[in-house]
Design a binder for this molecule. Structure first.
Ligand code: SAH
Length: 354
């Protein structure tokens, strides 16, 4: 139970002495009992809030449960077809593993619940990694997420996060709008989801860069799954590759820049800002006249306001006039409660250079 300094009851939290965040609120209703039934009901309600997204026919894959944003701190559950991949990142979430697994497998049409609790943040909670099957049969090796007519391979056991970046769903739509006829550079491509869309929408050429060989192997598979030519898939460090392209005066009409989380906390913001600036500076230099840059930050510690300032700084030195023509955000299955603005982490700018 959490009490205010005046002694009023504020609600119930999961207490974790090992964590920097000692108490995570599970309810602000003092009379609510956080028990098996409560936890299961939270999961069922969260899944129900995504039923419109999943029943619309556009996709069979969505984040069903998004931690504090769904009232279950530290619980993430992503659905890909009949398979749910969950990630428990807090001591409070760990405590309810079996209840959560039962609630998830009870959702209509679910055959498998697999746990991928191997994120680094668990260390800060004093928790070791936990990976493996929780309910049902083993995840299919050829599991695919269907979205907007495309098919994306999901590597449940070896991929990043839960296997696929569901949070860039709206961005994939944006990429499709900008791609026709353009020479596309996809930096930090992971499994090439943006490349698939750009290829299908008639990009003139495609170069995807990522430091992960396995991610690029999956990108090649995604080309086959969607019957598109993925162009060049290049393994390497993005910073080095971008400098190489700049030195050879290469030009692109559409650049996608989606780096991994560069700031894990506010303490790392300054260093991260420099890295974001370097990347965006290189990208602006590679833009052909009229070129479009889609650039993101998925660091929660970096606000849209700060990100825009950093990117503005990057466009100064090359003396290009660059205009914001759109902004991108995490999609509807990654909601941001008004009372928990910290849930907002993914933000992007759509920029056009003269
Ligand atoms: N845009 C992708 C997601 C990108 S995630 C999508 O929509 O699916 C970030 C990617 O950056 C990961 O695939 C990771 O392998 C890659 N990465 C991390 N550090 C890198 C570096 N220094 N150079 C190139 N790629 C890097």
């Amino acid at each position: 139970m959490v009490r205010s300094a005046e002694g009023d009851t504020l609600g119930w939290a999961a207490y974790s002495p090992e964590s920097q965040i000692r108490a995570r609120m599970w309810t602000f209703e003092p009379d609510v009992v956080v028990d098996d039934a409560f936890v299961a009901a939270q999961v069922t309600a969260a899944a129900a809030r995504r039923s419109g997204l999943l029943s619309g026919g556009a996709t069979d894959s969505a984040r069903l449960v998004f931690s504090e944003a769904d009232g279950v701190p530290g619980v993430v559950a992503d659905r890909y077809g009949d398979t749910i991949v969950c990630q428990l990142t807090t001591a409070g979430a760990d405590r309810w593993r079996e209840v959560l697994a039962d609630a998830l497998v009870a959702l209509p049409g679910v055959a498998t619940v697999y746990e991928r609790s191997d994120a680094d943040v668990r260390e800060r909670e004093g928790l070791g990694p936990r990976v493996g099957l929780l309910r049902g049969g083993a995840p299919a090796a050829d599991l695919v997420a269907h979205e907007a007519g495309f098919r994306y391979a999901v590597d449940v056991e070896g991929g990043h996060k839960t296997g696929f970046y569901l949070d860039q769903r709206d961005a994939r739509t944006a990429v499709g709008m900008w791609a026709p006829g353009r020479r596309v550079l996809n930096v930090f491509s992971y499994t090439g989801a943006f490349t698939v869309v750009a290829a299908a929408r008639g990009a003139a050429s495609l170069l995807s860069i990522d430091s992960s060989g396995p991610a690029l192997a999956t990108a090649a598979r995604n080309g086959g799954l969607n019957d598109v030519d993925m162009g060049e898939l290049r393994e390497g460090d993005a910073f080095t590759a971008l400098r190489g392209l700049r030195d050879r005066a290469q030009q692109f009409d559409l650049i996608l820049l989606d780096p991994p989380k560069l700031a894990n906390s506010e303490g790392q913001l300054e260093k991260a800002s420099r890295a974001y600036k370097d990347l965006n500076l290189l990208a602006v230099k590679l833009l052909a006249p009229g070129g479009v840059l889609l650039t993101w930050s998925c660091s929660g510690a970096m606000t849209m306001e700060l990100f825009q300032k950093v990117v503005a700084g990057a466009a100064l030195a090359p003396r290009r006039t660059v205009r914001i023509v759109g902004r991108l955000h995490q999609p509807s299955d990654h909601p941001v409660p008004l009372a928990f603005p910290e849930a907002e982490y993914l933000k992007g700018l759509v920029l056009v250079a003269d």
